[in-house]
Design a protein around this ligand. Structure first.
Ligand code: ADP
Ligand code: MG
Length: 427
């Protein structure tokens, strides 16, 4: 089978690595890819926003199956356009991608189908939004409705911060994404990510993970795309796992089907483990980056039949096997990220780093030039490791990080701290 993977981040390198290991694959392309993905797939310089060009490539090269990594092409309807052209693709339709593309849409779905989430209001003007936050009080969470690259949420500790956030959003800070604002009850508890695979009718759980959004150690500094992750998280016990499937994931799949917009693909639930039980605060409609990297390290089964089953409505009775090991990934980013950073700096020591036991290095923003690997983005490398505990995976990942010579790069030194603390106390 010929497969085309779309995307260029660490998530897509991990997917390419996993897909390339499948005996079902004859040929794998990735558009546009990166220097690491080039080891697993043939990278092609396609503009993936140009759906006609993607369809044309598929026809010319007899592509049987397209795997979409990031959310932007999903929200733009690439899966629908490919389907219209008779090409199978993994990922949700444009309508089903609304689960990520509109926070208000997801909140309304929760209300309609009884899915546990924080109390909320939806607003299209500042005056009503201000009246609502003044009535509710702080802390409270202000969210731009649409896709805002992880920058559209303000967790306001004071009423003043909430008022400022409302003013900023209605002043057009996020363009059309902020034309509607969702204001949500502040949920306290531990935050986890839960991944499931759906075929429109049913869903199977993938795994749990914990991400690290802040740029600096001890969860300080501004939010980023994600500075590291580990899986599984000890905080998702078997009971909580079952509760999330029964009360959040399966009702969502049933609700989307009932509305005539079945969801096929990866359902990534952002869940707060509150004293009153797990509550959903957002959906993403694709793998997380960097959570995907640790999920791929842990997945024992071939991923290709699972993706095909999701696409074809055949997940019922499907079973995925996982390695019992934990996995952890440390993101190495260019100095200055998530603000301004330099491109083109040289990275050395990658082979030595990759030789540490259990280590796999996935590339994000890299290019290869004259035989050297150069940084070409904000988040540049994912140094991943598996181990018999999160602590062991963490030790291995940082041993590999310390072998990488890249003075212009940095990483957090405490990825996995919550689980490492737990393992220390629990054993
Ligand atoms: N209701 C809430 N209560 C407390 N914290 C929240 C709430 N909603 C979101 N957050 C925090 O804000 C972050 C970003 O919000 P999220 O809804 O995931 O938006 P996005 O990922 O699109 O930026 C979350 O990871 C979480 O830490
Ligand atoms: Mg989020």
């Amino acid at each position: 089978m010929n497969i085309l993977l779309l995307g260029s981040g660490g998530r897509e390198h991990a997917l390419a690595w996993k897909i390339a290991a499948s005996p079902l694959v004859t040929k794998l392309w990735c558009a546009p890819g990166n220097a690491g993905i080039a080891r697993e797939a043939e990278c092609v310089p396609l503009d993936i926003a140009n759906h006609a060009a993607v369809i044309d490539f598929c026809r010319t090269n007899a592509v049987d199956f397209v795997v979409v990594g990031p959310e932007t092409p999903l929200a733009a309807g690439i899966v629908d356009d490919l389907a219209s052209a008779g090409i199978r693709a993994f990922g949700p339709s444009k309508q089903a991608s609304r689960l990520e593309g509109s926070k208000g849409f997801t909140k309304a779905l929760c209300t309609e189908f009884g899915i546990p989430t924080g109390a909320y209001g939806r607003f299209t003007n500042a005056a009503d939004a201000l009246a609502y936050v003044r009535a509710q009080g702080a802390p409270i969470v202000v969210k731009a409705d649409g896709l805002a690259a992880g920058k559209g949420v303000v967790v306001a500790q004071t009423l003043r911060e909430a008022e400022d956030a409302i003013a900023m959003m209605f002043d057009g800070a996020f363009g059309a994404a902020g034309a509607e604002v969702v204001i949500e009850e502040f949920l306290s508890g531990r935050e986890i990510s839960f991944f499931a695979l759906s075929d429109g009718d049913t869903a199977i759980a993938l795994a749990s993970a914990q991400d690290h959004k802040r740029v600096f150690d001890h969860d300080q500094g501004p939010n980023t795309g994600g500075m590291g992750a580990y899986s599984p998280t000890p905080f998702v016990t078997p009971e909580i796992h079952a509760e999330i499937m029964a009360k959040i994931i399966l009702p969502t799949v049933a609700g989307m089907k009932a509305r005539g917009t079945p969801f096929r693909g990866v359902l990534y639930a952002g869940v707060m483990l509150t004293p009153a039980g797990p509550k959903l605060f957002e959906y993403n409609v694709r793998f997380g980056d960097p959570e995907c990297q640790v999920l791929m390290l842990r997945m024992m089964s071939d991923i290709v039949p699972a993706m095909l089953a999701s696409c074809d409505g055949q997940l019922k009775n499907f079973d995925l096997r996982w390695f019992p090991d934990a996995a952890l990934t440390v993101v190495m980013a260019a100095s200055g990220y998530p603000g301004e950073y330099a491109k083109g700096t040289r990275i050395e020591g990658l082979e030595d780093a990759a030789s540490v036991e259990g280590v796999e290095i996935f590339h994000a923003g890299t290019v290869s030039k004259d035989g050297h690997i150069l940084a070409n983005g904000g988040r540049v490398l994912n140094v991943c490791a598996s181990g018999n505990s999160v602590s062991e995976a963490q030790r291995r990942a940082y041993e590999a990080v310390d072998r990488i010579r890249w003075p212009e790069g940095f990483c957090r030194r405490d990825i996995g701290w919550q689980a490492v603390d737990w393992e220390r106390k629990g054993s």
